[in-house]
Write a protein that binds this ligand. Structure first.
Ligand code: SAM
Length: 316
């Protein structure tokens, strides 16, 4: 987090921070903290440095000091590309974040993009697209005219979908991930979009998918409502979530988990029918299975005010 990718602008502070990293790596946290604090005396407005100092304090179990350092990060950079707000949230019994900060997700995946597939598929045995296709087929899906891949990333889900849809679009917040998806040459449209800020869409899609994306979104009401409005009357919606005990919970991994009851309720409120939940292992993390749910829901039979007014037309 500190050093080359996020320099402070003060070479002396950077050198000290580099030494602090070495000491932290060697397990001497008290020296690491002292040296990095010294670097921050030289570069007091260095958000990445404060974030790292918070992490050192966290590793040393000094949560009060960690909290102070992360608060300083937020003062310096309210867009919060380092996710300091999530770290603060994790200190509370009941996390309050409803969304990941957009700047944090964007930076995380811009950095991750070039090694995303090797890391996720080969090392972490990610199976999202395969599981989603299986769940869709079980729900009777055989093909779509227009499919939209939310949080498309590098296009792993797109590869699975390309053969079963006429038109394929992908939205993602990370330009780095979109570049990788573009290189696959399988999408008809790729757009940089923040799923937390979507303008209402016309009901033109007959499939919307979000594989391993809602783990970066807390409350799902808004995005599920958006999908309901962007699907044709026969449309299907498929996504994965990590399984949580509470409706929405922020985990130490800084990803969200959702309970099955919550998922069902949000879908019901948005007017989805025939909701199918299928337990699965999404991927590995630190040697452990990450349990999730693959969800497929249908607009079939659901009526909205717009349907009744005759506005829900699928363009030819
Ligand atoms: C774990 S990757 C999954 C990528 C792809 N769906 C797959 O199955 O390989 C999560 C993706 O969701 C995107 N994402 C997360 N939050 C987002 C948001 N608010 N708006 C748009 N994209 C988002 C990330 O940039 C990333 O590409």
């Amino acid at each position: 987090m500190v050093g080359k990718p996020f320099p402070s602008g003060n070479p002396q502070a950077d050198r000290r921070a580099g030494y602090a990293e070495t000491m932290a790596y060697l397990g001497d946290l008290s020296v690491a903290i002292e040296v990095l604090a010294g670097a921050l005396d030289l570069a007091p407005d260095w958000a990445a440095g404060w974030f790292r100092l918070g992490e050192y304090h966290e590793s040393a179990n000094a949560m009060e000091e960690a909290t102070q350092a992360w608060r300083r990060v937020l003062e310096l950079d309210p867009e919060d590309p380092f996710g300091a707000g999530l770290k603060l949230d994790l200190q509370r019994d009941v996390p309050v974040a409803e969304m990941m900060p957009a700047a944090y997700v964007e930076m995380l995946f811009d950095q991750y993009a070039p090694r995303f597939e090797t890391s996720l598929v080969q090392r972490l045995e990610y199976r999202g697209p395969e599981l989603m296709m299986q769940a869709l087929r079980e729900a009777g899906f055989s093909g779509a005219r227009r499919a939209l891949d939310l949080g498309c990333g590098t296009g792993l889900m797109g590869v699975a979908l390309r053969g079963v849809c006429d038109w394929l679009g992908g939205y993602d917040i990370s330009a780095g991930m979109l570049e990788e998806a573009e290189a696959k040459g399988i999408y008809d449209l790729l757009e940089k979009q923040d799923l937390g800020q979507m303008a209402p869409g016309a009901p033109v899609h007959d499939l919307i998918v979000a594989a391993d994306v809602f783990i970066y979104m807390g409350a799902l009401e808004q995005i599920v409502g958006w999908c309901a409005g962007a699907l044709s009357p026969q449309g299907r919606f498929a996504f994965t979530v990590e399984c949580g005990a509470r409706a929405v919970e922020l985990r130490e991994t800084r990803r969200f988990a959702h309970s099955q009851d919550y998922v069902r309720e949000v879908l019901r409120q948005a007017g989805f029918r025939d909701v199918r939940l299928r337990a699965c292992v999404l991927r590995q993390d630190r040697g452990q299975d990450i349990h999730g749910v693959c969800v497929v829901a249908s607009r079939q039979g659901a009526t909205t005010a717009r349907d009744r007014d005759g506005e829900a037309q699928v363009p030819a």
